[in-house]
Ligand binder design. Structure first.
Ligand code: HAM
Length: 420
């Protein structure tokens, strides 16, 4: 009896070679857009002190209460696989004294994150995000620019059926006041709410807006709205963000019921959804977190950012991305017989030195099979090396020319130049 086979853990997946081109194209588009706007790449560790997320993301959130991969290391420290990137970036910002740099400090990342969620299409336990964070300014133009960058990325990737919802949560004070009024409303209608929402009236009343429970929906339709109770300053900030988005032609819907599943948000919050996705329709979202750096022990630092799910963008992306081509092959070096191997190997080396993408026969195939293999690889040219001679075959036109093996690279470069 053979041993049972070990599979990838539930909610994880392998990125197989055929999926790599689309991911590579996504990454290069994200890099071009973000670095073009002055964002610089940052990567933080895959695990952090558990305390960072407990404090940063919030004790009452789903993430901290039930979705973290937390473990003790060999010396008994509590560590957690990062469930998100914003708290770690704030930690790094403080640790490296980045507040001394000219603000806003703009950082972007493309990393994997871990949440113990119910796995389903578009929802994984290890998933990837591209994210952008701008720390050190509360200018509404930071908010608008940040949102515009994600809008541009989704447009560039051809993500279909995109909608943008936008709201403002105000500052900690107006949020605190609002929380109490919402709690009073929920307590007054407690028996109409779902048990889940009822249990969390005190811990996290805002999450009641996310419920799909019929009774809860009815109660929430009558609930007070935070957006109607912003301080004059916050209302002005929100109006300025909207004005800039309007000027840039970004279409959005103001949605006062938009609450995000993380506690650090203040003022602007937003979420992009795609109709091309199923139940997990959120492609990316974010907002301001003006209090987070200070909460983690740093100086008062207003900040704004977002993260977008790579898997969801890939699912909802257009044809161009789906059909991204694998790496090109300029030359395949075939061997007439094993005596020609050394010269073929030299040719391979010379071709690569000249900047060509070149491969050679490595599996002892017959010449016929080598040609079929080169065709499968999509090789533009094949050089069949026979002694000191080579036949250079143009795989598109079928034309073939005999030459000295040493002349192949030169001829090829000339040929490729003519094509280009
Ligand atoms: P989030 O809304 O939790 O925000 O995640 C952002 C995006 O990551 C989601 O819109 C979704 O596309 C993707 N995502 C989240 N969880 C999963 C999952 N289990 N499987 C697949 N994709 C998932 C944040 O993480 C914040 N840190 C965003 C932010 C940055 N706010 C300010 N700065």
């Amino acid at each position: 009896l053979s041993e049972p086979r070990i599979k990838a853990p539930r909610g994880t997946y392998d990125v197989l070679p055929e999926q790599a081109p689309a991911r590579a194209l996504l990454e290069s588009r994200a890099r071009a857009i973000l670095e073009g706007a002055g964002y610089e790449r940052i990567e933080t560790p895959a695990f952090e002190a558990t305390e960072l997320f407990a404090r940063g993301v919030g004790e009452s959130t789903d993430i901290v209460q039930k979705e973290m991969y937390t473990f003790l290391d060999g010396s008994g420290r509590s560590l957690t696989l990062r469930p998100e990137g914003t708290a770690p970036i704030c930690r790094a910002y403080i640790e490296h004294g980045m507040h001394k740099l000219a603000g806003p400090v703009k950082l972007w990342y493309l990393s994997s994150f871990f949440r113990y969620e119910r796995a389903q299409s578009g929802r994984y336990r290890e998933f990837w995000q591209v994210g952008a964070e701008a720390l050190g300014s509360d200018d509404p133009a930071v908010d608008a620019e940040s949102i515009l960058l994600l809008a541009s990325l989704l447009a560039e990737l051809g993500v279909e059926g995109v909608r943008l919802r936008l709201s403002s949560l105000g500052d900690a004070e107006s949020r605190g006041e609002y929380r109490e009024r919402l709690q009073a409303h929920l307590h007054a209608h407690a028996d109409e709410l779902s048990p889940e929402v009822r249990e969390r009236i005190d811990a996290n009343p805002l999450r009641a807006f996310d419920s799909l429970h019929e009774g809860t929906l009815a109660v929430m339709a009558e609930a007070p709205r935070l957006l109607d109770q912003l301080s004059a300053e916050d209302a002005e900030h929100f109006a300025a963000v909207r004005e800039l988005l309007d000027a840039a032609g970004v279409r959005y819907q103001v949605d006062p019921t938009l609450v995000r599943g993380l506690d650090y948000y203040t003022r602007t919050v937003f979420e992009f959804t795609s109709d091309a996705l199923g139940a997990q329709s959120g492609v990316g979202g974010g907002g301001r977190y003006d209090g987070l750096v200070e909460l983690l022990g740093g100086p008062p630092t207003p900040a704004m950012g977002w993260a977008a799910g790579i898997e969801r963008m890939l699912i909802a992306a257009g044809e161009e991305l789906q059909q991204a081509a694998p790496a090109r092959v300029d030359l395949f070096v075939a061997i007439q017989d094993s005596d020609s191997r050394t010269l073929a190997f030299e040719l391979l080396r010379d071709a690569r030195s000249a900047g060509l993408a070149a491969q050679m026969e490595l599996a002892g195939r017959s010449l016929k099979r080598q040609l079929a293999h080169a065709d499968r690889l999509g090789a533009r040219y094949v050089a069949i090396v026979d002694g000191r001679e080579a036949a250079l075959k143009d795989m598109e036109s079928g034309d073939q020319e005999n030459m000295d093996a040493g002349a192949v690279v030169h001829a090829l470069l000339r040929g490729l130049r003519e094509i280009a």
